[in-house]
Design a protein around this ligand. Sequence first.
Ligand code: MLT
Length: 394
Amino acid sequence: MTVLPDDCDSYGHVNQAAFLRLFERARWEALDRGPGADVFERHDVWPAARTATVTYHSPAHPGDRLRFDTTLTHVGETSFTLHQVARQSADRTLVAEIETVFVCIDRKGASTPVPEAIRAFYGTRPSLRSGVQHMMVRDLPTPVDVQGDGAPVLFIHGFPLDRTMWRRLISPMTGWKRVAPDLRGFGMNDAPLDPPTIGAYAEDTVDLLDGLRQERAVICGFSMGGYVALELVRRFPERVRALILANTRAAPDSSAAQTARLDMVRQVERDGVDVLVRAMLPQLLAPGSLTAQPQVVEHTRTMIRSASVPGAVAALHAMKDRADSTSLLGEIQVPTLVIAGREDAIVPVTEARQMADAIPGAQFTAIPEAGHLTPLEQPISMGRVVREFLDALS
Ligand code: MLT
């Protein structure tokens, strides 16, 4: 949309109240291009706004072209929540964001179910291919999402996911160069992991930093990506400016966990990666997210299905044989943030807190209403914590 003079106040920038109108307009235009602006009327339903929380980031002036992105972040029986982000089309500067909770009501004002057409329209996943670049990593083209300019922050995904798990978290983090690769065997990266070790992922990460001509970066590792981050601290500490360890642990696999990994290897080799969807989805997400965040469930399922069988098998071996990093924690000398999901069934909050306590000066945050996939389930709350940590570094 183009900003018009009547959106602006006497200071010449879009007035705070005008943003409500612009966000509303963007919602209707999107519906108009999708299921139709009459989608609610057709279902005899009206979406009544219950709360709207706006965050203003930077000014917009007459003539600016703004781009609006809308995501369904929660859907219940009769209510749903939309998160919208407005950016400058020219350089993607974040201008404002809004979270709006709607309750569907009928003509008499009684609450009524959210139309299926609305769930279906907003529930689609951003394309795996959109925004991707290919960078040479150890002579192999590697798919990488790169957003923004500034000091680099490298986001390393978990198992069996891909780089798109970071998109909602990192897109508003302007002022930093956000870099998120697909590890070998995941997402759009078909390269084999040879040897199948966490160290091999760490070497790829260092090569990626070289390719970006960056001596050091903030390293943010989620779960298996956290194992990679700790391996970087062990072997390449000079490349780590600061650490964010999300939903991860320093301890190695117990012998029972190693046996379970080998069993999973056999199942994946026999039946394919769908086995991982069935086995892992219920553990990855908090019960509330499984029922109320259909787009997160769908995104997770699609990421798992994008993994290749050799990629998943190699990662299972790499995780099974990973080093014990507990004694490394006391030697970490860079600013560190540890993030846990309060309902994480894979890395319990108590274990994450113990890990933070063992790292000199580390910060610790447990995000409410989040399971293991905290960056996907609660991108706004986690984004706020990460942003504060990054801002303090700069
Ligand atoms: C992950 O999310 O990366 C995995 O759950 C980690 C693991 O299985 O140890």
